[in-house]
Ligand binder design. Structure first.
Ligand SMILES: CC(C)(COP(=O)(O)OP(=O)(O)OC[C@H]1O[C@@H](n2cnc3c(N)ncnc32)[C@H](O)[C@@H]1O)[C@@H](O)C(=O)NCCC(=O)NCCS
Ligand SMILES: Nc1ncnc2c1ncn2[C@@H]1O[C@H](COP(=O)(O)OP(=O)(O)OP(=O)(O)O)[C@@H](O)[C@H]1O
Length: 291
């Protein structure tokens, strides 16, 4: 007699990386109170986004992340063929996202950042140190994709107007906001016993202190960007989101940014990237299935 095998089939490496990328997006969306962003409390500065949409969008991207990781394993090295493969998958993922959200941009920047990082991690899962994975992602990001359209995106418009560096340059430089700001702050706040949610908020604020967030520049110009950067620094200087003084500054910043319609969507994407990197770098998890 044959017994049914009720053991779940172990997930492939590509499936586990896709799970981690989606988890990072959901953790970012759920984190509260984030200044002017969609979170558990509400829609921040957005009229067309809400938490349910962010979750549905994150889940819809799972097949794209899995396919990017599978491409990395198939091609086996950084090069134009892999760059063009993930460019195509990323664009298809964007279409799936837009079909899921009825045309609203929920995760465009996140597909780019996490797509590159998932691909970079899958290329060599025996070495998933933060700086190694981000460097590999940067080597992919600087390669030209012949098939990428060059629309006059919001990012391209503010690059022309203010000379700002956007999502593309952040990746090409190896995600300095993640490596130099978010991860060190996440670790410092955890070590200080501030609790995981406050540590993640502090990591987001650390990104916001320096980033030229093209979402903010497009929506609120340089005044919006300065308000974001100085306000985020003020929260950290006051003791961070775990302190009463920092918490007050955080709520002030939330109100100021909403009044300016300045949503730091790029910083939010980079927080998701930070949470993904933190997971794969700390657990030795890709090989062990420890996450
Ligand atoms: C590079 C991308 C993000 C386009 O950037 P661009 O600035 O032109 O576009 P757009 O203004 O529409 O969106 C950029 C998004 O990035 C995020 N962002 C904004 N500022 C920043 C910043 N300084 N750093 C990082 N992310 C940022 C925001 O979420 C924003 O919505 C990307 O969509 C792209 O070119 N895709 C082509 C398809 C492709 O190659 N995909 C590869 C998948 S791995
Ligand atoms: N929690 C979040 N709340 C809001 N935006 C987020 C959040 N997480 C990530 N983002 C990012 O912010 C971007 C959305 O910002 P925005 O609405 O300004 O986009 P846009 O398409 O440039 O502008 P518009 O909505 O005016 O057309 C997305 O690319 C998304 O990746």
């Amino acid at each position: 007699m044959h017994a049914f095998n009720l053991q779940p089939k172990p997930l492939s490496l590509a499936e586990r990386l896709a799970d981690l990328a989606v988890d990072a997006l959901i953790d970012e969306a759920d984190l509260s109170p984030k200044p002017a962003l969609v979170d558990r409390r509400g829609n921040g500065a957005h009229t067309d986004l809400h938490l349910g949409l962010m979750h549905a969008s994150a889940l819809s991207l799972w097949p794209a992340f899995k396919e990017m990781a599978e491409s990395a394993i198939a091609f086996g090295e950084v090069g134009v063929p892999l760059r063009e493969a993930i460019g195509r998958i990323g664009r298809e993922g964007e279409q799936t996202m837009l079909a899921t959200t009825n045309g609203v941009n929920t995760h465009r920047g996140a597909i780019w950042a996490l797509g590159l990082l998932v691909t970079a991690a899958a290329l060599d899962c025996s070495n998933t140190h933060a700086s190694t994975v981000t460097l590999r992602a940067a080597r992919l990001a600087i390669l030209d994709d012949r098939f990428a359209p060059r629309p006059l995106s919001h990012g391209a418009q503010v690059a022309q107007r203010y000379g700002a560096r956007g999502a593309r340059e952040e990746a090409q430089l190896g995600f300095p906001s993640v490596i130099q700001r978010a991860l060190p702050q996440l670790k410092r706040s955890r070590a200080a016993g501030h609790g995981e949610q406050n540590a993640r908020l502090d990591a987001l604020l650390a990104i916001m202190t320096q980033l030229s967030d093209t979402c903010v520049l497009y929506r609120a110009g340089e005044q919006g960007l300065h308000t974001m950067q100085l306000g985020a620094q003020a929260v950290l200087d006051a003791g961070g989101s775990a302190s009463l003084a920092g918490r007050r500054r955080l709520h002030e910043l939330d109100e100021q940014l909403i009044a300016l319609n300045a949503s730091p969507g790029g910083a939010a994407d980079l927080l998701a990237a930070c949470l993904f990197i933190d997971r794969i770098a700390s657990a030795d998890g890709i090989n062990q299935g420890a996450f």
